[in-house]
Design a protein around this ligand. Structure first.
Ligand SMILES: *Cc1c(COP(=O)(O)O)cnc(C)c1O
Length: 396
């Protein structure tokens, strides 16, 4: 029999839908996949070249557990230049993707029974990583009218003597919304005064629109910096999901504990991927601007199309590559023997009847919504929107 710990969690629902869509496609069905959580762009050439050079040069052995000096220096420079954050080398750790970084944090920080505050809707791995480390996820509901930001009052009300940490994710997966400075300042003040850690997942930092400025909560003062672990990585910014490089910066004792844990589990992230990450962080950044401009075009088209579809309404996302429309007006409608009573019903209906794959909001903690990724071509988005419209208008 498997462990109690393993029995508490489920496989990532977003990866499951992606797998189902890919399987349908392999069977020859014309599936449009809006379930994806990765850029549809290829990794930039200069990054690939650095990896090929690493292989040819024989840079193929163990490296220091927490990443090479060269990569840590590149990470330090990035934090200083992009976020105004100054760290030392023993305050950063490079891991096998940001998901691994987050897992190391959970292992290093959470005690059994600790409460971990997770604003909802949330990225699917936060609660399950807490559960895997015997901590208790506590959800803080957010709403459309607050652009899915937690209110300082709701945060205060959620804190108990057992609260250990708050997970923040801006820009957000799944909502595509970003926190403003005023709210971050209020959150920081509460975290400091109530003595809780902030785990700030900033993986979508580079993907912001409409002049939105990304602000790291750690940059709002010395006290909050000392209580924040900033998480970032190359997967989204440089279309490097398969390379598995993520990193964290934060208090020395926590980073040291995370490094010890990593030394007993994965050891260093792949040597070759580390060389590629150095090239990505230190090299030209025009790739990001090109990718972002394309995402921006798709975002506007997709959101306009959704909002002109009866029964669907969608806030304009200011970051990441997801639209998160409210579809609750469709609940109760149906066709033939099919009745749509929630987000999973709708996602299943759209996949089966319209060959459109997307993720039900319930997977992210809010059943009134669905998540549509626009990390797919404009042509696919145009076709997909058309199919969604037809399928939705058939519901009576
Ligand atoms: C994609 C993603 C990550 C993890 O990315 P890695 O590929 O593991 O670096 C972490 N957080 C959020 C919110 C994400 O969407």
């Amino acid at each position: 029999m498997i462990s109690e710990r393993a029995a508490k969690i489920k496989p990532s629902p977003t990866l499951a839908i992606d797998a189902k869509a890919k399987a349908m496609k392999a069977q020859g069905l014309d599936v449009l996949n809006f379930g994806v959580g990765e850029p549809d762009f290829d990794t930039p050439d200069h990054v690939k070249e650095a990896a090929i050079k690493a292989i040819k040069d024989g840079f193929t052995k163990y490296t220091p557990v927490g990443g090479t000096d060269e990569l840590k220096e590149a990470v330090l420079r990035k934090f200083s230049a992009d976020n105004g954050l100054e760290y030392e080398k023993d305050q950063v750790l490079v891991s096998c993707g940001a998901k691994h970084t987050l897992y190391n944090i959970a292992q290093a920080l959470f005690n059994p029974g600790d409460e971990i505050l997770i604003p909802s809707p949330y990225w699917v791995s936060y609660p399950d990583q807490a559960l895997l480390n015997d901590a208790t996820p506590v959800f803080i509901q957010t709403s459309e009218k607050d652009s899915f930001m937690i209110s300082p009052e709701a945060l205060e009300a959620s804190i108990t003597p057992r609260t250990r940490a708050l997970v923040l994710n801006s820009p957000s997966n799944p909502t595509g919304l970003t926190y403003d400075k005023k709210t971050l300042e209020a959150v920081a003040e509460i975290a400091v005064s109530r003595n809780i850690y902030v785990i700030s997942d900033e993986i979508y930092e580079k993907l912001v629109y409409d002049g939105t400025e990304h602000i790291s909560i750690a940059s709002l003062g010395k006290a909050i910096k000392e209580r924040t672990i900033v998480v970032n990585g190359l997967s989204k910014s440089h279309a490097m999901t398969g390379w598995r490089i993520g990193y964290a910066a934060g208090p020395k004792d926590i980073i040291k504990a995370m490094t010890n844990i990593q030394s007993q589990s994965t050891s260093n992230p792949t040597s070759i991927a580390q060389k590629a990450a150095v090239a990505a962080l230190n090299g030209p950044q025009d790739f990001i601007l090109t990718m972002r401009a394309e995402f921006d075009k798709r975002r506007k088209f997709l959101v306009d199309s959704l909002n002109s579809t009866e029964g669907i309404r969608c806030l304009t996302p200011t970051g990441a590559f997801y639209a998160f429309p409210n579809v609750s007006a469709l609940f109760g409608r149906g066709i033939d023997s099919t009745r749509i009573n929630g987000s999973l019903d709708l996602a299943t209906y759209l996949l089966d009847k319209a060959n459109v794959a997307l993720v039900h909001g319930e997977a992210f903690g809010n059943d009134s919504f669905i998540r549509i990724s626009y990390a797919t071509s404009m042509q696919n988005i145009e076709k997909g929107v058309q199919r969604i419209r037809e399928a939705v208008s058939a519901l009576k």
